[in-house]
Design a protein around this ligand. Structure first.
Ligand code: F6P
Length: 327
């Protein structure tokens, strides 16, 4: 048990994700329970450099569990990528007497925290906060469940208009270089095809599907496309379909940042609360440079180096199942 920690800093970094506020609340209240002071750092690493700190008490985080976005704001900070930027951040943290950090973010945020420890011995525990679900060391990231529910809801609405016009709709979802969002949204939205970066061959399958007019028994189609898919996104696929077939009416919807907003689902709130609690407990036990996650129902800690270096795989059984169910 580390007796050293009297004050911790908490910050959100990278793209915001629904549930980050629930995580902040859990960190503040768990720390308060153990008589540890908490300072919020606004705009992630940028706030560390700019000296943008705010003291957070238990009551400061009342009424935020249900809010989307992040009350601490977030940023992608180029200055922190430089040794000089990190030195300035470390100096500011030491002036504020902050002994340890909780970082809520993705891979890039973990990398910054790892370097801060290597260079300035400021310990950090990371919480996986990103809608993309692309972090190794946890089955689910904070924000993913809300994002897929938002996208699924949008597809249900698109389905109504697709059906009225007998159109094919390509729906592009976020996920950066990974297909976790697209796969879940495709399955839950009953898509006819799902394009993800981890999988090859969907384009020829889709072409075959429309060439075989006997298979066009369904009067309309929903196709979900991950933004990172190797075809170049939904608009590129629309071009290919329109060039090849003049008898199908195609439309594209790019869902974009709508997937990042909104009130977190109950599942995301529970996950964020649990991980926030565990992060403070890990710091109290003297853990450093590790990400907290839940794998198979168990809370685990993964070294930042491993969490950053390894990539989480999409489940191949789900890909196969989605293909079968789309028939
Ligand atoms: O990592 C979350 C994410 O929403 C990705 O899915 C997307 O590629 C990216 O962030 C968008 O980033 P920005 O909000 O900076 O445009």
């Amino acid at each position: 048990m580390s007796d050293e920690i009297k004050r911790i800093g908490v910050f959100t970094s990278g793209g915001d994700a629904p549930g980050m506020n629930a995580a902040i609340r859990a960190v503040v209240r768990t720390a308060a329970y153990s008589h540890i002071d908490v300072y919020g750092i606004r705009r992630g690493y940028q706030g560390m450099i700019d000296n943008d700190f705010v003291e957070l008490k238990s009551r400061s985080v009342a009424n935020i569990i249900q809010l989307g976005g992040t009350v601490l704001k977030t940023a992608r900070c180029d200055d922190f990528r430089t040794p000089e930027g990190r030195a300035l951040a470390a100096k500011n943290l030491k002036t504020q007497q902050i002994d340890a950090l909780v970082c809520i973010g993705g891979n890039g945020s973990y990398t910054g925290a790892m370097k801060l420890y290597e260079e300035h011995r400021i310990p950090t525990i990371g919480l996986p906060g990103t809608i993309d679900n692309d972090l190794y060391g946890t089955d689910f990231t904070i924000g993913y469940d809300t994002a897929i529910n938002t996208a699924c809801d949008a597809i249900d609405k698109i389905r109504d208009t697709a059906g009225s016009h007998n159109r094919v709709f390509l729906v592009e979802v976020m996920g950066r270089d990974a297909g976790f969002i697209a796969l879940a949204v495709g399955i839950s939205g009953g898509a006819e095809a799902i394009f993800i970066p981890e999988q090859k061959g969907e384009m020829s399958q889709l072409m075959d599907h429309f060439k075989d007019t006997s298979r066009r028994t369904k009067s309309f189609s929903i196709v979900v496309v991950a933004e990172g898919d190797r075809q170049g996104g939904a608009l590129a696929i629309q071009d290919r379909l329109e060039t090849e077939f003049d008898d199908i009416d195609v439309r594209t919807t790019i869902l974009g940042h709508i997937q990042r907003g909104g009130s977190p689902t109950a599942r995301d709130r529970v996950l964020a609360s649990q991980l926030g609690y565990e992060a403070v407990e890990a710091l109290r036990k003297g853990e450093v440079s590790k990400a907290v996650g839940i794998v198979g129902g168990e809370v685990i800690l993964t070294d930042f180096e491993v969490a950053i270096g390894k990539s989480k795989q999409v489940n191949p059984d789900l890909i196969r199942m989605a293909e079968i169910l789309a028939n």
